[in-house]
Each structure stands twice: as C-alpha cells, then as structure tokens.
Design a protein around this ligand. Structure first.
Ligand SMILES: Cc1cc2nc3c(=O)[nH]c(=O)nc-3n(C[C@H](O)[C@H](O)[C@H](O)COP(=O)(O)OP(=O)(O)OC[C@H]3O[C@@H](n4cnc5c(N)ncnc54)[C@H](O)[C@@H]3O)c2cc1C
Length: 432
C-alpha cells in the first residue's frame, strides 16, 4: 500500500529494519568502508569505536591502486578524492647508473581496469570515509579503546572497552589494524619484523629539487646497485613530491626503532650512505638538504598467515591489517583493507546470514585468503626487486633483465588479476 506516503523518510519508517547489529572496532580504512557498505547498500546498522580522537592526524601519503579506487567508486567518494590526491597511470623505471629510463608500465589504467592509481594521504582517505559515515548516520565513538572479547555464545558476543564498558552485540568486526587487540580472541601470536624498513620525505617542493629532475618522467622508481628510490608527485597539480625507499635492515627492539626514528641525522646518514654517490643529483641532494625532521622511518611488521579470520562461532571477524598486515612494498595494504570491507558487507547482508553464518563466512574467508596469498607473494617479490645487489656487474645484469621483462610482459605487466578484481563478485562466490 503506497497511499498516504508523505516523504521518503516516512516510507523508510514503515519498512521493518534489518535486525543484525554489527560493532566495528577501528575507524581507519577497512572499518568505515564496511560500515558504509552495510548501511548504504543493505540498510544494516553498525557502530564504530575508534581509539584515537576525532582530530588525530598521523600517517603518510600512500599509493591507492586501481582495485582500491574501484571500491571507493562503489562507495561514491572517488570523484571527491580525485580532487585531493594525485591520479596517475604510467610508472617509469629509471637507472641510477645512467639517469635514463629503463622502461614504463601501467600502474593503473582507465582503459584496462576503468581506474587509474592515486597518490594521496591515508588520513585524507580516512576523513572522506568518516564524513560519509556521518552523512549516513553511522555512530562513531572516538577515544574508545577496545580491550577484547569477554564472551562469545551462539547468539551474542560481549566486547569490553578499556573504560570498563561492556557492549553486547550480534557481530564484532575487528578492523583495528596491525596491533589488533580483538584479534587475540581468534589467534594470539607475536608479529614478526619483516626484515625491511622504509624512510620517506613527503611534500618536497618540486621547484626546490635539483634541476636534473626535469629530465625525468614522474612518478618513477629509480633503481641502483644500493637499492631503490621512489619519486612520486602527491598533490593534484604535482608540485609536491614524495621521495622514499624501502630496504632490508637489521632487526632491533621497538625502543631502538623509536630511538632511530628520533635521530634525524642518523636517518640522513642511512640515506646518504646508500643514495648519495653515484645517484642522480635530484635524489642525492634531497637527502642531503631536506630537514631531518621531515624524514619518517617505519619498520615493517607483518601478520603471519593466520589460519582463520573468524572465530569458531562466527561472531568475531578480523579484517584489514588486523587479519593480514604485510609490508607496503607492493602498495596493496589499503586496497586489501577496502576490498575486505566491501566483500564482508555483502556477506553479512546475505539473506541466510542469520541462520547460516558459519558457511557464508567460511566461503568469504577462503575466497579472501586465496587472494591475499597471491598479493603477499607479489609484495615479497617487489621487496626483493628493491634490495641492493652485490656488485656493479650484477646490477648491470639486473637492469637488462628489467628491460627485457618490461618488453616481454607488455604495459600491464600481467596485473589484470590484481587490478581488475571486483569485490562484488563475492556474491557469486557465496552462491557457489
Ligand atoms: C609507511 C607505510 C606506507 C604505506 N603505504 C601504502 C601504500 O602505498 N599503498 C597501500 O595500499 N597501503 C599502504 N600502507 C598500508 C595501509 O596504510 C594499511 O594497510 C591500511 O591503512 C590498513 O587499513 P585498516 O583499516 O586495516 O587499518 P588502519 O588503517 O591501521 O586502521 C586501524 C584503526 O583502528 C584503530 N584502533 C587500533 N586499536 C584499537 C582499539 N583497541 N580500539 C579501537 N580502535 C583501535 C586505530 O586507531 C586505527 O584508526 C602503508 C603503510 C605504512 C605503515
């Protein structure tokens, strides 16, 4: 009966609501993404609890691959982000030895995948997602630290916060990042250091770089015998430049890493020793002259391949870095977090979820773990390409191999499986 409808709100109020209540821990990338898909596409309510304050700002510029952009387009925020980041398609590989281009490949492509790639601050993406949550009326509680699961039964789960509050809910999704506390309920394991770390300087004024940069097509990965330096424009008009390297580095304690990060001149020395002599002037000079307090150092810790991302009763689920953090050397961490959010939302929204959640979550987990294994392999391969080589001869050889691989594989480098992935395909996986 459509008679007497006064407004869309009035119509909505007449429909019975979806009963499932979802509690999301973590307002980073995967948490808000999940909340938006649940609400916007399926009318399922959720609540987000975030450890930090609303105005907490940290993190670095990241590269969003085409498969990230597809999720953001499904959400409806991609056009807004395009005005805030630096979209690009082609990636140049250059030689530190000759300063010349070895070749190019497509890191994103409207033509091949419908989406380009984008360099943007992680915080910007997070803010745009949180704004969308607010617009949809999704409650977000800041300064609220989850402590862990206190009870899980066949019908509910209880979650405790540091302030003593206990919340009872149908489902808890832990999107609380690398150092997840909620994860302990599913698997309790130390996270190993990956053996690599990264140093970045963000937002260098392009005009201040040595003029040798003018001969180089950006963005570029510049490879030399002592490693790799990436050079990326990071704002819409390309006037701000990020320069970073990831490299094998000996392990140390958390305190020692913090001390090294606080030692500006120590970081400069690491970089100028590796990327000074024999490197293009615009790279060497940046590490010599940029203020040391602009250099950020991050050791990369990784989550081992956990057997399960869901608890035995299926009421606690981990996603994003909490489930599968790995080093950012493949540029896929955010993409995997966003894909998790979208695919899990479609799974929770399945008509049989209330009666058969274990089967559905089992299919979701198997599907996502299969993809994550491939992405992890790619990330490790990418890390190996960036490592130093033992001699000038080996480096000369490697340069030729790179050139040959680019020629043989063609512009997309066989990345269709990665960048062409559509999270909506989870619907047919759940049907199978
Ligand atoms: C140096 C660096 C460079 C990177 N570069 C790239 C890149 O180029 N491309 C790419 O795709 N990815 C990159 N990544 C990875 C990417 O940032 C992450 O994979 C992504 O942010 C994961 O999203 P998430 O939502 O799972 O976790 P996060 O973004 O870490 O969000 C987790 C949230 O949970 C909150 N939280 C934590 N504990 C609790 C608690 N107990 N209670 C409540 N809230 C809690 C945190 O405050 C945080 O807001 C990079 C990462 C690093 C460190």
């Amino acid at each position: 009966m459509l008679a007497g409808i006064k407004s869309l709100d009035d119509l909505e109020a007449r429909h019975p609501k979806r009963a499932e209540s979802v509690t999301i821990i973590g307002g980073g990338l995967s948490g808000p993404c999940l909340a938006i898909f649940l609400k916007k596409l399926h009318g399922i309510n959720s609540t987000i609890y975030e450890l930090r304050s609303e105005d907490y700002s940290a993190g670095v510029n990241i590269a969003l691959a085409p498969n990230s952009l597809r999720v953001l387009q499904h959400i409806g925020v991609l056009d807004e982000l395009r005005n805030l980041g630096h979209p690009y398609e082609k990636m140049a590989l250059t030689s530190a030895r000759t300063g010349k281009q070895i070749g190019t490949f497509l890191n994103g492509s409207q033509k091949h995948y419908n989406y380009e790639s984008m360099r943007i601050h992680r915080r910007t993406v997070q803010l745009v997602l949180l704004k969308e949550c607010k617009a949809l009326g999704i409650p977000i509680h800041y300064n609220k630290q989850a402590e862990g699961i206190v009870e899980e039964t066949d019908t509910y789960v209880k979650l405790k916060f540091e302030d003593g509050e206990v919340v009872t809910t149908d489902t808890v999704v832990a999107a609380d990042g690398l150092w997840s506390k909620v994860r302990d309920h599913i698997v309790k394991q130390e996270l190993p250091y990956s053996g690599a770390m990264g140093v970045i300087i963000m937002n260098i004024d392009r005009e201040k770089l040595d003029e040798s940069v003018k001969k180089v097509e950006l963005p570029t990965f510049c490879f030399g015998q002592t490693g790799m330096i990436a050079v990326f424009p990071s704002n819409p008009w390309g006037g701000a430049i990020d320069m970073f390297s990831t490299m094998p580095f000996p392990a140390r304690s958390r305190e020692e890493w913090a001390a090294l990060d606080a030692d500006g001149e120590g970081k400069r020395k690491i970089m100028t020793d590796r990327f000074g002599k024999g490197w293009p002037r615009y790279i060497a000079r940046a590490w010599e002259t940029e203020p040391a307090d602009k250099m950020w150092l991050t050791p990369f810790y990784e989550a081992p391949a956990f057997e399960h991302w869901t608890s035995p009763k299926g009421r606690v689920i981990i996603i994003g870095d909490a489930a599968h953090a790995f080093s950012p050397q493949g540029g896929q961490g955010a993409a995997m977090a966003l894909e998790d959010g979208e695919t899990l939302a479609h799974t929770i929204a399945h008509a049989d979820f209330a009666t058969d959640r274990l089967t559905l979550l089992g299919k979701w987990e198997k599907h996502r773990q299969g993809r994550l294994r491939l992405v992890k392999d790619l990330t490790d391969w990418s890390g190996r390409q960036r490592a130093p080589v033992s001699s000038p001869f080996m480096w000369y050889l490697k340069e030729w191999v790179m050139w040959a691989v680019l020629k043989l594989k063609g512009p997309t480098m066989g990345m269709d499986w990665l960048y062409g992935y559509n999270p909506e395909d989870i619907v047919s996986v759940l049907r199978s």
